[in-house]
Ligand binder design. Structure first.
Ligand SMILES: NC(=O)c1ccc[n+]([C@@H]2O[C@H](COP(=O)([O-])OP(=O)(O)OC[C@H]3O[C@@H](n4cnc5c(N)ncnc54)[C@H](OP(=O)(O)O)[C@@H]3O)[C@@H](O)[C@H]2O)c1
Length: 257
């Protein structure tokens, strides 16, 4: 994002990282469209953004529903006159081993929101992003780059994003549209079910700052932790060692001393 005012759509803006992105962008005089299901929370974020001087509109919608995604983009364009930055952040999480699932439909639920919800929104926004030579910023996860025990459905939905957007990025090069994939580690939000003293949790404000910086620079991919960067680099050479490393880190995370 340049420092000139931008027209920004943020999905999942009612709490956590999306809410913080909205507030930080509001202080840069961006025009914002904020999307989520919980209207009361959206109204509260809208108030805060307007108090910071930003033209703000909310859209109550579920990215898990195809028609809603089309409406998100058409109402955004109607309000903003176009889209410079599309931040695809809405997501849900789930933690349990596959052998304890009630049914495999759990994987469909995660895929429907975290993957298809993103694909639907970007599909409807493509022409507008080409017109503005804009940026698509996708909030993936370290779990989009490696497998994590207890997170198979979530990790799969985030991995799928990388295959989709690595392909779409190449399709969009000649149109001047950038794709930034952002992979945070654990961030201090409600999605992150963890003990209070778990180590290595990033603050939501640091995370949002880094997402905005990545968007400004139109960076291809940002892996937000040193361990994540190292694991991603070494995984093709020593995959078993990286699996053990992740298991050990998870054990330290969920059972801090
Ligand atoms: N926190 C972490 O440790 C962490 C780490 C890596 C990646 N991430 C990713 O960061 C993103 C934001 O998560 P967060 O940590 O900020 O958690 P959060 O506070 O739970 O935020 C999730 C946001 O997504 C929205 N959302 C969920 N399902 C939706 C749906 N079907 N339609 C529309 N909006 C929906 C929620 O709003 P409503 O409930 O109001 O719809 C909320 O605004 C997610 O994609 C997550 O996977 C988080």
């Amino acid at each position: 994002m340049s420092s000139t005012p931008q027209r920004v759509v943020i999905t999942g803006a009612s709490s956590g990282i999306g809410e913080e992105l909205a507030k930080q962008l509001a202080s840069r005089e961006s025009s914002l469209v904020l999307v989520a299901r919980r209207k009361d929370r959206l109204l509260s974020v809208e108030d805060k953004c307007r108090a910071l001087g930003a033209d703000t509109k909310i859209i109550e919608a579920d990215v898990g529903v195809s028609d809603h995604c089309q409406r998100i983009i058409s109402e955004s364009v109607e309000h903003l006159g176009g889209i410079d930055v599309l931040i695809l952040n809405a997501g849900i999480s789930h933690k349990s081993t596959v052998d304890s699932w009630d049914s495999p439909e759990l994987a469909e639920l995660l895929m429907n929101v975290n993957y298809f919800g993103v694909v639907r929104c970007v599909y409807h926004a493509l022409d507008h992003l080409k017109q503005s030579k804009g940026v698509i910023t996708v909030i993936s996860s370290l779990q989009g780059k490696a497998g994590f025990p207890g997170s198979a459905a979530y990790a799969a939905s985030k991995h799928a994003l990388h295959g989709f957007f690595d392909s779409l990025r190449s399709e969009l090069v000649s149109h001047g549209v950038a794709v930034s994939m952002v992979c945070p580690g654990p961030v201090d939000t409600q999605i992150n079910l963890r003990p209070a003293n778990a180590p290595g949790v990033m603050s939501v404000s640091d995370c949002a700052e880094r997402i905005i910086a990545a968007t400004d620079r139109r960076e291809r991919e940002v892996i937000m932790t040193v361990g994540g960067k190292l694991a991603n680099y070494l995984k093709p050479f020593v995959p078993g060692l990286i699996d053990s490393y992740i298991r050990k880190r998870l054990d330290d995370f969920y059972n801090p001393s």
